[in-house]
Ligand binder design. Sequence first.
Ligand code: AMP
Ligand code: TRP
Length: 348
Amino acid sequence: MSLAPAPTAPQFPARIFSGIQPSGGLTLGNYLGALKRFVQKQDEGIETIYCLVDMHAITVWQDPAKLRHATREAAAGFIAAGIDPARSILFNQSQVTAHAELGWIFNCVARMGWMSRMTQFKDKAGKNSENVSLGLFAYPALMAADILAYKATHVPVGEDQKQHLELCRDIAIKFNNDYGVNFFPVVEPVIEGAATRVMSLRDGTMKMSKSDPSDQSRINLTDDADTISKKIRKAKTDSEPLPDTLDGLKDRPEARNLVNIYAALSDMTAAQVMTDYAGAQFGTFKPALADLAVAKLEPITLEMTRLMQDPAEIDRIIGQGAARADAIARPIVDEVYDIVGMIRSRVV
Ligand code: AMP
Ligand code: TRP
């Protein structure tokens, strides 16, 4: 038996891809864990592709009108936060069919056992696993397709997406092995900064999330200055003053969360914040954090509101982004069909 020739190693140029679900409004968690870093990568001059993953959003029920609104609002949020549609590619997933096509192929590469171990699926399905959509189970294979349809090499995300990115690596490796090619890069997660996991303002052990039933648990990028300020002042804390080292925050998840948020918003390290506020009571620290959050977020909120007054312009921007995305992904997915053994002879 002859072995497949050793794959030559094509160069994979640095390319960033990331996505956010338009399944509700963007939160401070999305901003600090993802958006703010997306802007930094763009400004470092790396090729950046950012996607509003509407097909992932419908893995749980979405009201059609709300989905459309949330997609436009998320696009406005990206632009308001500093994504420049001329420098980054910004689009919604369903406009580029390569995602669904490669997603199917990856459904046939990924193993049931791998998918069953995904903690996000287990959390979302809960006791209801017989009654959730099949799409929710296959979700990480579509996510791998999002990334690999562009042969992206680096994926900036919050901490919660780490396991999904490991699965993306496993899919790339298995595809390359199964077909004896070195076609897909093995992606690197980029999980960095002081707030890779922003916690709920009501419970420091739970992630801040757009799907939390309590609006008090999160800061939305659509909240006005007064609302942001009130939510921070009412955030759950303990009654101790802030310690002088990070170690002292170990068993104080709520205090730790507020310090991390302060650090991420001010581009400081958590240790620097501790030095500045050692011994401070929350009566001092919370108003300082509220002022900082308003100063950083209010301009974004105002710009989002302005952009949302012209939805046709937003649709035009993401439509252009989709055409540019398609130009990259189409030839890659066509090559995948060829590698897999699909005949491509349709007359056009
Ligand atoms: P999602 O809203 O679940 O589509 O998440 C979009 C991006 O935001 C992903 O990179 C997440 O890791 C990130 N993200 C969401 N919630 C948080 C959070 N509470 N803290 C940090 N990053 C988050
Ligand atoms: N699963 C991600 C989340 O919920 C969203 C997402 C979909 C994504 N496709 C992606 C993130 C590709 C990074 C790369 O946060």
